[in-house]
Design a protein. Sequence first.
Length: 314
Amino acid sequence: MDLSIVIPLLNEAESLPELCAWICRVMDENGYSYEVILVDDGSTDESWEVIKTLHRENPLIKGIKFQRNYGKSGALNEGFRAAQGDVVITMDADLQDSPDEIPGLRSMILNDGYDLVSGWKKKRYDNTLTKNLPSKLFNAATRSVSGIYLHDFNCGLKAYRQKTVKSIEVYGEMHRYIPVIAKWAGFRKIGEKVVEHRARKYGVTKFGLSRFVNGFLDLASITFVGKYGKKPMHFFGLWGTLCFLIGFISITYLIIGKIVDPEVSLSNRPAFYIGLTVMIIGSQLFLAGFLGELISRNAPGRNLYLIEEKTGLG
């Protein structure tokens, strides 16, 4: 199968018929074999009834319905698990992403060798201060931390090689960081394509300002897990040891000073208590790393490694 189109949605009953008709038209014009996977993330409108109707009319349109709202990351993860196409395309269901971009994205994966291609909505139709300014800060911070130079990490229109989506897990609110997750999994060829952004035709946006606060917390989390998930002692042990040594040296210096001059009081010197506190913090960090190592070594995925290729082996 050429393509799997994965579309997470929440309360998009009005847009689904038009979106699916548009996708099917593009697929037929290009002669692609395809499937459309609509993942209903706990909609409270008629979205699921619309999906079932669309499936009856075209069996290539498939649906997954969550019992309640789990979020976009969960919807994408289930869509990725179900996808069978050589290339997997994700897009939003609100008609702001154009299906006409699919052939170009597919070509970049199959012909140019990219593992992941992210859309860049260079010209937007939602240029509001409350949305664009936090988005620019978010993208700048993600570029700086991850070393992946994309303009729009949060664009829903993306293309993936099948192996990429089958090798990653998206959970929580990590859909914003799929390029980062893919990079940590070893998929280094990540590209970008300028795509059309269309004004919302139906309904209202499902995202608020809170997603940007959560986004920065998720960035810290995914960066830490990516670097130290299998070796937590390298982080906690390092900083714990440094803190303990700094505190120990400070306390030793003060004690030597007390021995040299017995008139000097330790209990009246703030440096003494600061040194003790730093030593305690260092010990706690070291113990956190030790416990992290115990958990990591007993985790089911402790020896799970992605193999790119083998030769001469069965």
